[in-house]
Design a protein around this ligand. Sequence first.
Ligand SMILES: Nc1nc2c(ncn2[C@@H]2O[C@H](COP(=O)(O)OP(=O)(O)O)[C@@H](O)[C@H]2O)c(=O)[nH]1
Ligand SMILES: [Mg+2]
Length: 345
Amino acid sequence: MRIKKFVGRSFKEALETVKRELGSDAIILSSKSVKSGPFGMLNKEAVEVTVALDENDGVSPEAPEAAPSSDMGDLLKEIKGLREEVCYLKETLRPIVPALRIGKDKKGLFNLLVRQGVDTQFAIILLERSQETLDSLKNSIKGDIKVQGLLPAEESGLIFLGPPGVGKTTTFSKVAHLFASKRKPFNLISLDADRIGSVANMKELSQQLRCPLRVVKRISDLPKILYKEMKKGALLIDTPGAQFSDILEDIHDIFPSGFPVKKCFLIDSSMSVPSALKSWQKCNVDMIDSIGFTKLDMATHYGGLYNISMLTSRPLSFITTGPGVPDDIRVPTSDFLAGLIVGGI
Ligand SMILES: Nc1nc2c(ncn2[C@@H]2O[C@H](COP(=O)(O)OP(=O)(O)O)[C@@H](O)[C@H]2O)c(=O)[nH]1
Ligand SMILES: [Mg+2]
């Protein structure tokens, strides 16, 4: 039995070469998409067909078609016909079932990514850029996820935006503690002036950390406070969740030459990706500088973090890993995140 591979621009073309070179008794074992191109440049879609031929059948194209001499011969012919049909079907389905582009050697990694919640299209692209090892896949993910950390915010400060309950006030308190531990001068500003409990908590935090607190009712009151307080240090600004998209619009209108504080949009990691993106798309996303993932401790799998990073194309400031203030926050490495996404803990 001889095994040989043939490459053509399409399955049909590869099959024609097989028939020309090996005659019609060759049995197609498999076919897959590959890249090929002139001068060794791997830039063209092509199809590789692997075939087997019984040496006794003869390999010359002129060789007369051996009539099946036994039940085994009939069976082989049947299998050959079925294989051809399956390969034709695969080729026809390839445009509508993109996962067929994933070769056998990467199917396991593909299933792993999809099980973790990575979008199918993203999983295909990732695997096309990776070798067939988990380490190579993790490296590709690592390269895609940008972690910015809190350094840019240490200069000017951070305003926390996002839907109600996502964890803005809790995260605001955690970041305030982080700044305090670094002995960075900073001020607290709350735009959540209407909720008594919220203001009381802010006052307690400001006393505990010995930093000034301003409670602001309207965005239009912000400019004079901002320019005065910024001279004294970074600003951490908590916002109410109900009208987060309106807050951004007001900021846009009131600060036409740019808002001097970094804008961080919080995303609840335990939510489904479509729900998280629905909130994201509600606001003027061009204004957002970075994202923060909250409630990682509540998430059951982490593939969605990759989808959201790709779809928002914003760097990550931090992740939060529990409700506890101040400890449950960290700036992860992209290596750590890649490990989570492929299913680590
Ligand atoms: N499990 C968990 N709960 C969190 C986390 N961050 C915030 N929470 C909880 O989520 C709820 C809403 O948080 P809050 O900061 O008030 O959200 P806000 O409405 O966006 O300000 C509170 O019960 C917090 O304790 C987190 O990382 N993990
Ligand atoms: Mg709040």
